[in-house]
Design a protein around this ligand. Structure first.
Ligand code: GRG
Length: 290
C-alpha cells in the first residue's frame, strides 16, 4: 500500500461532514438543538465511508453525497441515544458529555432520537435528482438498520438469556454494527452508480470491516481511552454482556480482529487502486486507539 496520511484524511473529511451537518440543523424549534447536542463529537466513520466510496467510484458532486452521508450519521446518533437509555445500556455519558437522557430527561431524549431517525430520510431524499439511486439507498439503509439489521442486533444484545457463545456474538455483531458499516460503504457506491458486481464486493468488504469495527470497539472498551472520551469505562464488559473480549480474551479478540481486517482488505483489493483508501481505512480501524 502506498503512503497515505489517513489521520489527515479522516480529519479533513470529518470537518466536511461537520460543516454539512451544521447546515442541516436550523434552530426552528427546541428539538433541533437537542438533536444537535447528541450529533456533536462523533468520529463520523459512517459518513466518511460513504464519501470515500462515492469519490473512489468517480462521484464528483459533493452536494449530492453529503446529505446521504449526514443522514447516516443521524441514524447512527439516534441509535446511540436509544442505546444509552436506562431501559437499554443505561449509560450516563456519550461522546465526552452527559448522554441525551441525562441532559434532557428520558422522554425528550427518546423524541430527539425519533427526530434524528425520521430527519435522516428527509436528507436521503433531498433534491430533485438521482431519484432512483436515492430510492435504492433508502431501501438498503432501511433493511440494514431495521428488523433485519441493527434493531434485531440490539434485541439480541439486551437479551439476558442469550447463550455466551461464538454464534450469539456473531449474530449480535453482524446485525448491530456490521450491516450499518456495510450499508454506509454501499450508499456511496449506489449514488455513484457502480455495477452490481462492484456493489456486492464492497458490501462483503464492508461487512468484514463492520465486524472489525465492533471487535476493536469491544477491545477498546477494556484497554482503550473511552474513559477520557466520556463513555462509561468497562460498561460493555460487565457480567451478562457478550463481547469479543469477554468471550475470547483480549489476545483472542485482537487475533480475530486482524483476520476480519485481512478479509476486508482482500475484498477491497479486488476493486483496484481507485479503492485503496478503503484498505487504509481498514488498517486504521484495526489499529485505532479511540
Ligand atoms: C434503528 C439504528 C437503529 C437503532 C435502534 C438502540 C438500537 C436500536 C441500537 C443500538 C446499536 C448500537 C449502539 C450499536 C453500537 C455500534 C457502535 C460500535 C457504536 C460506536 O460507534 P463509533 O465508535 O461512535 O463510530 P462515534 O461516537 O465516534 O460516532
Amino acid at each position: 500500500m502506498s503512503d497515505v496520511d489517513i489521520v489527515a484524511y479522516l480529519k479533513e473529511n470529518k470537518a466536511l461532514v461537520d460543516s454539512a451537518l451544521k447546515e442541516f440543523f436550523p434552530e426552528t424549534n427546541p428539538l433541533f438543538p437537542m438533536m444537535r447536542y447528541s450529533i456533536e463529537g462523533g468520529k463520523r466513520i459512517r459518513p466518511i465511508l460513504a464519501i470515500t466510496v462515492y469519490q473512489a467510484a468517480g462521484g464528483k458532486d459533493l452536494t449530492a453525497i453529503l446529505p446521504i452521508a449526514c443522514g447516516l450519521e443521524l441514524i447512527h446518533t439516534y441509535s446511540l441515544i436509544h442505546d444509552d437509555l436506562p431501559c437499554m445500556d443505561n449509560d450516563d455519558f456519550r461522546r465526552g458529555k452527559a448522554s441525551s437522557h441525562r441532559k434532557y430527561g428520558e422522554a425528550p431524549a427518546i423524541l430527539a432520537g425519533d427526530g434524528l431517525f425520521a430527519y435522516a430520510f428527509e436528507l436521503f431524499t433531498l433534491g430533485n435528482t438521482l431519484a432512483n439511486e436515492k430510492c435504492l439507498i433508502v431501501q438498503a439503509v432501511s433493511e440494514a438498520v431495521g428488523p433485519k439489521g441493527v434493531v434485531y442486533g440490539q434485541l439480541m444484545d439486551i437479551d439476558e438469556e442469550k447463550r455466551m457463545e461464538p454464534c450469539s456474538l456473531r449474530t449480535i455483531h453482524v446485525h448491530k454494527t456490521a450491516k450499518f458499516i456495510a450499508v454506509s460503504v454501499l450508499a456511496g457506491a449506489i449514488l455513484a452508480k457502480v455495477s452490481k458486481a462492484v456493489q456486492d464486493t464492497l458490501k462483503t468488504g464492508g461487512l468484514y470491516m463492520g465486524m472489525l469495527f465492533q471487535y476493536t470497539d469491544d477491545i477498546l472498551d477494556v484497554v482503550g481511552e473511552k474513559k477520557t472520551l466520556g463513555k462509561t469505562p468497562g460498561k460493555d464488559s460487565v457480567a451478562g454482556k457478550l463481547t469479543a473480549s469477554a468471550l475470547y480474551g483480549i489476545d483472542g479478540a485482537r487475533f480475530r480482529a486482524k483476520r476480519y481486517a485481512d478479509h476486508a482488505i482482500a475484498q477491497f483489493k479486488k476493486l483496484g487502486s481507485d479503492f485503496s483508501l478503503l484498505c487504509h481505512l481498514t488498517s486504521f480501524i484495526l489499529n485505532r486507539t479511540f
